[in-house]
Design a protein around this ligand. Structure first.
Ligand code: DGL
Length: 278
């Protein structure tokens, strides 16, 4: 029997895990945060891919995950395609019969955008790594070629959140800076995608500076709904999954540090994580 692995470069994936567990509480989860090497968002393509594959491989090989959700936009944008098309096949799927799968968070997010936008002008707030990859632009174009997409890199948001400064006054400046910048570039935007799993922690501050008529799209519920649908359609994979409702946490950092920082994201200051070396 097997688990669902959830991976993020840091703590942001906990916002996705929370929604996924709420929607699918019956499964056994193992969360891996590469907290010693976060943030990924400002790193090169090669490094993001290497780190992501090392962590995903660990979940598949050492933790018995049959399904890994890459709950990080930067890693989904920079590494997912190579992992799905090359690495996974190279190790397990030479004959195409293995059911192991690795999924990301970008496709499930963009699939629903057309339901939200009326002007067809969409904004993406994300890390520099995600923005440079242009993955959102490519995926949104596939959904609807008439969409007008504007991206804005927000390099200060992840460090503010990881350092627990996202509720302070200092964060107000950087929230307004990036939101004003994207809306100045396209004033017709009516839907802004939070294209980073950390950003839901800034949701209240972002909403406060948004003009009327501009809505914010966070990923957690969209990803959870998409995964629910995926498991209903892939019964061969679903039937392999353990159903004890457990969740374990792994970190490349020290467990104490994980506990303190995870409390910012989940409001639970008692999480115990195991240190792993990748
Ligand atoms: N949580 C990651 C994302 O969704 C960004 C964090 C990082 O830069 O490592 O893009």
């Amino acid at each position: 029997m097997a688990k669902i692995g959830v991976f993020d470069s840091g703590y942001g994936g906990l916002t996705i895990l929370e929604k996924v567990r709420h929607a699918l509480p019956q499964y056994d989860y193992v969360y891996l945060g590469d907290n010693a090497r976060t943030p990924y968002g400002t790193r090169s393509f090669e490094v993001i891919y290497q780190y992501t594959w090392e962590c995903v491989r660990h979940l598949l090989q050492a933790e018995d995950a049959a399904l890994v959700l890459v709950a990080c936009n930067t890693a989904s944008a920079r590494a997912l395609r190579s992992i799905q098309q090359r690495d996974l096949k190279g190790i397990w799927q030479q004959d195409g019969s293995d059911v192991r799968r690795v999924l990301g968070v970008i496709r499930p997010t963009v699939e629903r955008v057309a339901d939200y936008t009326r002007t067809k002008h969409v904004g993406v707030l994300a890390t520099p790594g995600t923005v440079t990859s242009e993955s959102y632009i490519l995926e949104l174009e596939k959904q609807d070629p008439t969409l007008v997409v504007t991206q804005q890199a927000c390099p200060m948001w992840v460090p503010l959140i990881e350092n627990g400064e996202h509720t302070g006054e200092g964060a107000d400046y950087f929230v307004r800076k990036y939101v004003d910048a994207i809306l100045a570039r396209d004033p017709l935007i009516d839907t802004l995608i939070l294209g980073c799993t950390h950003y839901p922690l800034l949701r209240n501050k972002i909403e406060r500076v948004l003009p009327a008529g501009v809505q914010l799209l966070a990923q957690g519920d969209l990803v959870a709904a998409s995964l629910t649908d995926y498991l209903q359609r892939h019964t061969e994979l679903e039937s392999m999954l353990d159903k004890q409702g457990t969740c374990r946490f792994l970190t490349t950092e020290q467990p104490d540090k994980f506990r303190q920082s995870a409390a910012i994201f989940l409001g639970d200051s008692h999480l115990t994580a195991k240190h792993i070396a990748i």
